[in-house]
Write a protein that binds this ligand. Structure first.
Ligand SMILES: Cc1cc2nc3c(=O)[nH]c(=O)nc-3n(C[C@H](O)[C@H](O)[C@H](O)COP(=O)(O)OP(=O)(O)OC[C@H]3O[C@@H](n4cnc5c(N)ncnc54)[C@H](O)[C@@H]3O)c2cc1C
Length: 413
C-alpha cells in the first residue's frame, strides 16, 4: 500500500506528537489517539519502507493478549476487526517436566469465556494499516518512511527533531517506540538496564492432529520454559526457550526430527504434533529504561521494557502504555508534552512495568533452574496454587492484566 507521499517534507506547524517507530506499539498509539481526539495532528517516523506494515515488528510471531487487553482493544474499536483472527484461551495448564507439580487456570472459574486471546501479529498489522490510511488521507497523520531521527533539540515549548532525510519536525511531544534497540532513546538521554538471559526463543506454528480445545500449556523443562498457545485452524503457537546452541540445532533440524524432539519436551498431554511452520529464533534479554519520560519525550513499548516472552506480557504492557497516554491526553489536551503529562506518565508506567518485570523475571529464573532444591520449591508452589484459591486468583489476575488496568484508570482519570 502506498501512503501519502506529500508527507515526506518538512513540517512547519508544530505537531502535537511525533512517534518514532511505526511498529505494533507506535502505530496502535497513533490509531488510538487520532480516533479519540479529532483535533490532533501527528507524524510517524519509520525506518522501513512504505510498501507494507513494518516487517521488523509485524513478523511471523503470534502473541497472547490478556483478557484486560482485549477489553481495551474492544473499547478502541479494534477487536471487532481482529476477533476473526483470534483464538480464545479457555484453560491454562502449567507443569514441570518430570516432576509432580502442576496447576490449571480455567476461564469459567473466573466467570469469563476466555482468559485471553492468541493472535498472529500480521493480522494486527493489516487492521492498523487499513485504519491509519483514513487518517493519512484526512491530513492528520504524516508518515516519514525509510527515515530515522538524526538529532533532537528540545526547547521549553517544543521538541525540534531533525531526521536523517534532512526533514525538520517540531512537536509538543516525542514518543519513542522504536523497539528494544532504539537509537533515539539514547539520543534523548535515557539510561538502560540490560540483562542477557543467555537463552534464545524458538517460535513456530505447530499443526495438530486433533483440536487443542482452547488449552494453553506452559511447561518448565531443563533448558527453560516452553509455551504452546492455541491458535486458529487447529494450530499451536510455540515459544520454546533453549540455550543458543540448542536453538541453532532445532532451527536446522528436518521437520520430522524437530516435531519428535518437541513432542518429547512437551509431552503428549498437549496432543499429537503433525506439522511445523517457519521456525524463527530470537535472543532473549531483559532491557528496561530507568525513566519512562524526560522533557517533552516519553518511551513506549519495547523501547521502555523489553521482556522475556514466556509470560506473554510485553505487548500487554505496551497496550497499558498506550492506554495511559490516551487517558492523559484527554486531561492535558492543550499541550501534549506538558510537564504534568510526562510526569504523570512516568508515575503510572514505572510501578506497573516493575511489577510485570519482577513476575516475568522470577518465572524465567525459577523455572530455568534445574537444581533439585529449586525444582522442589517450584513444584511445591504449583501444588500450593491448586490448594489456595486466593493465590490462584492473584496469578490469574496478573495473567489477565485486570488489576493493572483498574489501577491506571483510578490513577489517571
Ligand atoms: C518470541 C516472542 C513472543 C512474544 N509473545 C508475546 C505475547 O504472547 N504477549 C505479549 O504481550 N507480548 C509478546 N511478545 C512481545 C511483543 O512482541 C512486543 O512487546 C512488541 O513487539 C513490541 O512492539 P514495539 O512496537 O514496541 O517494538 P517493535 O515490534 O520492535 O517495533 C519497533 C518499530 O520501530 C521501527 N524502528 C526501529 N528503529 C527505528 C528508528 N531508529 N527509527 C524509526 N523506526 C525505527 C522498526 O522498524 C519497527 O517498525 C513476544 C515477543 C517475542 C520476541
Amino acid at each position: 500500500m502506498q501512503q501519502d507521499k506529500s508527507s515526506a517534507q518538512t513540517n512547519t506547524d508544530p505537531l502535537d506528537l511525533v512517534i518514532a517507530g511505526g511498529g505494533m506499539a507506535g502505530s496502535m498509539l497513533a490509531y488510538v489517539l487520532l480516533s479519540q481526539n479529532p483535533a490532533l495532528k501527528l507524524a510517524i517516523v519509520e525506518q522501513s519502507s512504505d510498501s507494507e506494515p513494518s516487517k521488523a515488528s509485524f513478523d511471523s510471531r503470534s502473541i497472547a493478549l490478556a483478557h484486560g487487553s482485549v477489553e481495551l482493544l474492544q473499547q478502541w474499536g479494534l477487536w471487532q476487526d481482529l476477533q476473526q483472527s483470534g483464538c480464545a484461551i479457555k484453560h491454562i495448564h502449567i507443569s514441570d517436566r518430570g516432576h509432580f507439580g502442576k496447576t490449571y487456570l480455567n476461564a469459567a472459574d473466573h466467570q469469563l469465556t476466555a482468559l485471553g486471546q492468541v493472535i498472529e501479529v500480521e493480522a494486527i498489522g493489516e487492521v492498523l494499516w487499513q485504519k491509519l490510511k483514513a487518517f493519512t488521507t484526512q491530513g492528520r497523520l504524516s508518515w516519514f518512511y525509510s527515515d530515522a531521527i538524526a538529532a533532537l533539540n528540545p526547547t521549553a515549548e517544543l521538541q525540534h527533531i531533525s531526521l536523517k532525510s534532512g526533514a525538520q519536525l517540531q512537536s509538543k511531544l516525542l514518543v519513542i517506540a522504536e523497539g528494544g534497540l532504539s537509537p533515539s532513546r539514547t539520543l534523548a538521554g535515557f539510561e538502560l538496564k540490560s540483562d542477557d538471559y543467555q537463552q534464545h526463543a524458538l517460535i513456530a506454528n505447530i499443526g495438530l492432529s486433533d483440536s487443542h480445545q482452547h488449552k494453553a500449556f506452559e511447561r518448565f523443562t531443563p533448558t527453560g520454559p516452553l509455551a504452546l498457545l492455541p491458535l486458529t485452524r487447529q494450530r499451536y503457537s510455540l515459544v520454546w526457550t533453549l540455550t543458543p546452541e540448542q536453538a541453532e540445532h532445532h532451527l536446522n533440524q528436518p521437520d520430522h526430527e524437530f516435531l519428535a524432539a518437541l513432542q518429547q519436551a512437551a509431552g503428549h498431554r498437549a496432543g499429537v504434533f503433525k506439522t511445523v511452520g517457519q521456525r524463527v529464533v530470537y535472543p532473549l534479554s531483559l532491557k528496561r529504561a530507568t525513566e519512562a519520560a524526560r522533557h517533552r519525550t516519553v518511551l513506549l513499548g519495547n523501547s521502555l521494557h523489553n521482556l522475556h516472552p514466556i509470560a506473554g506480557q510485553g505487548f500487554n504492557l505496551a497496550i497499558r502504555d498506550i492506554y495511559s497516554l490516551s487517558l492523559l491526553l484527554q486531561k492535558h489536551q492543550a499541550d501534549a508534552g506538558s510537564y504534568a503529562l510526562t510526569k504523570a506518565y512516568q508515575q503510572a508506567r514505572l510501578p506497573d512495568m516493575q511489577q510485570v518485570i519482577l513476575y516475568t523475571d522470577s518465572l524465567v529464573r525459577l523455572f530455568s533452574n534445574s537444581s533439585r532444591l529449586m525444582a522442589l520449591g517450584r513444584n511445591t508452589g504449583l501444588f500450593a496454587l491448586n490448594l489456595c484459591p486466593d493465590l490462584k486468583q492473584a496469578v490469574a489476575n496478573q495473567a489477565m492484566g485486570l488489576n493493572s488496568i483498574r489501577q491506571l484508570k483510578a490513577l489517571l482519570t
